[in-house]
Design a protein around this ligand. Structure first.
Ligand code: NDP
Ligand code: DXP
Ligand code: MN
Length: 384
């Protein structure tokens, strides 16, 4: 029986992780959860799974949650509380499914305590991949990927050494606006952008998918997780999201992982690795019914965010942290109707242009650059 600490339990990945836990009561127990503010969504989770610990964003949310709960519940608030449950002696596995770089310190602390870490939260690896991977190496902790593309690569690699890899090929659906020209992007709405063709996900990642920043973040995530140079990471458009990604080996043999677009499959694999288990809710892949799979070369001028991510990744140092923080602010402003869709990429580009990179940054430097970037991005967002 593994005790799971689930960071971001009320989110899209969080809820699907709960499905996996519920499907295997003999294997998994929900030990602790965290969420931001969504008390309404958290209450039925708390009542059903009865986690020992609950972490919320701040004291106000704690008070609000307490007003609905009777009996003894350990409710704590803030970022250090995330670290507390992630390093608790009863925690066996930490699932990091929060949105944004807020999960960074908890991930680092969990690794220090040699917890198994299943990671969906790509912003953590983009912002501080070198710190996370060095810590994982130092404490001999395997980071198990949940992101569908990285789970696919992990499965395709199946222990083969990185010297055998010719390249990694990440697949991209193209997102909500894949059939629109740049001209047609000028007047798109938030509602249109949130309509992903294949996946049902949280708002932020769905917008990232439409700008192609999601794939850019995934390129950086793959670089760190698999220790592969950017020159050996390729992106290809594949509108069906059936092939989740591929690895080409030095003999040009290509191994791909396929499946219906269902995040419960990679979530479960990260929890059961190296074993596999039946997942009652998932469906067979019916290739005869699908009949055709499509592929298209990436157009970097149509999707400049992908170009920015490659450039930021190759530059390294604090540049990926700036990319991520600027993008988090831009997406938040777009979702609130404060900037338009194309201004997301303009804001990111401006922040990257104006940043003097710091090489090999430590945690404090990354956190201060992250904070500064968010502040500057908000300030210039009115004059794009
Ligand atoms: N959804 C998907 O299919 C996939 C997601 N991912 C990655 O997984 C991560 C989660 O994505 P997703 O589940 O879609 O996101 P959601 O927006 O659906 O959920 C985010 C979760 O994080 C919590 N949260 C947000 N802000 C804070 C904060 N400041 N402090 C504490 N908790 C916070 C939310 O709480 P609350 O509800 O209270 O706001 C919620 O539980 C992201 O990094 C994403 O890129 C990767 C691959 C696929
Ligand atoms: C499910 C998942 O892993 C997402 O990151 C998904 O890949 C988004 O799809 P695109 O970014 O390819 O549109
Ligand atoms: Mn993905």
């Amino acid at each position: 029986m593994k005790n799971i600490t689930l960071l971001g339990a009320t989110g899209s990945i969080g809820v699907q992780t709960l499905d996996v836990i519920e499907a295997h009561p003999e294997q998994f127990r929900l030990f602790a959860i965290s969420f931001g503010e969504n008390v309404e969504k958290a209450l039925p989770i708390i009542k059903k799974f009865r986690p020992e610990w609950i972490v919320v964003k701040n004291d106000q949310v704690k008070q609000h949650l307490n007003s609905f709960l009777s009996g003894n519940h350990n409710i704590i608030a803030g970022e250090t509380a995330l670290e507390e449950i992630s390093t608790h002696h009863k925690t066996d596995v930490v699932v990091n499914a929060v949105m944004g770089s807020v999960g960074l310190k908890a991930t680092l602390s969990a690794i220090e305590q040699r917890k198994q870490v299943a990671i969906a939260n790509k912003e953590t690896l983009v912002t501080a991949g070198h710190l996370v991977m060095n810590k994982a190496k130092e404490h001999q902790v395997n980071l198990l990927p949940i992101d569908s593309e990285h789970s696919a690569i992990f499965q395709a690699l199946n222990g083969e050494s990185r010297q055998q890899i010719e390249k990694i090929i990440l697949t991209a659906s193209g997102g909500s606006f894949r059939d629109k020209s740049r001209d047609e992007l000028k007047n798109v709405t938030v509602e249109d952008a949130l309509n992903h063709p294949n996946w049902s996900m949280g708002a932020k990642i769905t917008i990232d998918s439409a700008t192609m920043m999601n794939k850019g973040l995934e390129v950086i995530e793959a670089h760190w997780l698999f220790n592969i140079p950017y020159e050996k990471i390729e992106v290809i458009q594949h509108k069906e999201s059936i092939i989740h990604s591929m690895v080409e080996f030095v003999d040009y043999s290509v191994i791909a992982q396929l499946g219906t677009p269902d995040m419960r499959v990679p979530i479960q694999y990260a929890l059961t690795y190296p074993e596999r288990m039946k997942l009652p809710q998932s469906e067979h892949l019916d290739l005869a019914k699908i009949s055709k799979l499509h592929f298209k070369e990436m157009d970097f001028s149509r999707f400049p965010c992908l170009k920015y991510a490659y450039e930021a990744g190759k530059t390294g140092g604090t540049m990926p942290a700036v990319l991520n923080a600027a993008n988090e602010v831009a997406v938040e402003l777009f979702l609130k109707g404060k900037i338009n869709f194309l201004e997301i990429e303009h804001l990111v580009a401006k922040m990257l242009e104006n940043h003097d990179v710091i090489t090999n940054p430590d945690l404090e430097t990354i956190q201060s650059i992250d904070k500064e970037t968010r502040m500057k991005a908000r300030n210039i967002s009115g004059s794009l």
